[in-house]
Design a protein around this ligand. Sequence first.
Ligand code: ZN
Length: 574
Amino acid sequence: MKRVLSFVLAAFLVVGMAWTGTPAQAAGKKLIAITYDDGPSIYTPQLLDGLKARGVKATFFMVGNRVSTYLSTVERVYQEGHQVANHSYDHSDLTGLSVSGIKNQIQSTNYQLDKVCGSGTSYMVRAPYGSVNSTVFQSVGAPLVLWSVDPLDWMYRNAETVKNNIINGAHDGAIILVHDIHPTSIPGSLAAIDYLQKQGYEFVTVRELFRRRGVSVQNGVQYGSCKSTGVDLGPVEKPVITGEVENGKMRVTITAQSGASVYYTTGTGKLNQTGTRYTGSFLVSTPCTVRAVAAFNMNGSRSETVEKTFSIPAVKNPRLQMEENTLTITCATAGAKIFYSLNGGENQPYTEPVALEPGTEIAAYAECEGYLPSEKVRASYSSRGNFFLDVLADQWYYDSIDQAASLGLMAGVEKNRFAPEDGVTRGQMITFLYRYSGEKAGETALMNMPFEDVAPDQYYGPAVAWGYENGIVKGTSETTFRPNRGITREEMAQLFFAFLRYRGQVEEADHAGNIDSYTDAAKISDWARPAVGYMTSISLLVGDDKGAFRPLAGSTRAQAASVLIRMTEKIETE
Ligand code: ZN
């Protein structure tokens, strides 16, 4: 059974390679990893220039206490796709340390490296002097990396000798040890790379050397080289960024090879472990540049960064205005042509203001050569004569908001905008009831109000004073009302209950028992139980589709309008 399975897998892999166009001899490709220890140093940028010119990815075992001095160099190492790795904090011989001493050396270095690579990054470790024992293996919490080629560059300090020693030791799957703190090691190792590339070697990070050969490395195990396994999974393929126009924006899709994660940015965000991970297509406003990278591991096992600019801007959205039954549409993009439709009918070119009957739904967009079409903008001219840019006839709250606006209970947040999904504050909610009452707060009510955070000249000032005088609201303490805090559902229940009681419209009885049907009844505060029970019994507030009341959840303006209108209907039918 097992044999059959591995045969099938092998066959699948071969087929997979044929599809992606990887040459059949890929499995025989000579891979080699060059590593640089003890840096970063003032010589590292020069080395990075040389590696970049040669298309080589290397691995840098850094000493933690040097990282903050050379932070921009570490940043460059990481962003250019090299592998960042850990070489202890101060180059101590780890075998002389306790378990906590070893962990401290590793973790304090990781902490420094995370500043560049992002928290959650995994770093391979090379013990200083290659010196390890069983305590090191048990404490290090990462794969340990030794080497199989040591040119003794720290001793010879001669570029030609370093070059020759690397070349003489090189073999397929080798891990080469060099130090980027010696000026002679930079030209020496680059010259060796030139020679070995001509011999057919491909330079990869340590992580890629093992991944490409299908070897998974384990924490607490030391690796000195990676012989050919007959497998080469190939380099991480670049992701592909595509875009499709959607309603005045660009819908961006990024695809990558199976098993790889994609990280992307649409602005100045960093492409690192804590950057944005792609989980599905997203919309951007143009012009916009998207950068993305595909990774099996962002630290040392990732593709080149791909960049795509969506440069064509969209036409500015048309602006709809309504004055005295007449619709006017304008567009800020010069030369744009505007189209509109009424009640879902045909699009027609807009040439002059249009007279409309109440009860009309409007849609409009604009086009212009050299631009993407604008978003389709919708608006509603209600049967009650309200003009809304963000409340439409097919929304569940349409009628409640239309009524609440017509009755003057709720005003828009700005002209023709109602912000139905915005939350309602305590100050707003009492204001809605105050307006409905038609009453006015007297001088004494304003003077007797004890709340230090409610100024009488705020729009909610008279409402809070009126509510307090008539026992409809209480403060959050004796001297505070917190008018700008979102109202909770149990507070809302209490407020409506107190208002209806003030109006003499509550049948006094024990209402608290009505809350037992809620799955979260135990979470309802004691003081709110009679109110929630009463509101439930008259169906002004009901639970969610899972049977929960959610006493501490907030309320949107749309929900508040709906409760308010149902309350007025109940009062008027009694
Ligand atoms: Zn070292």
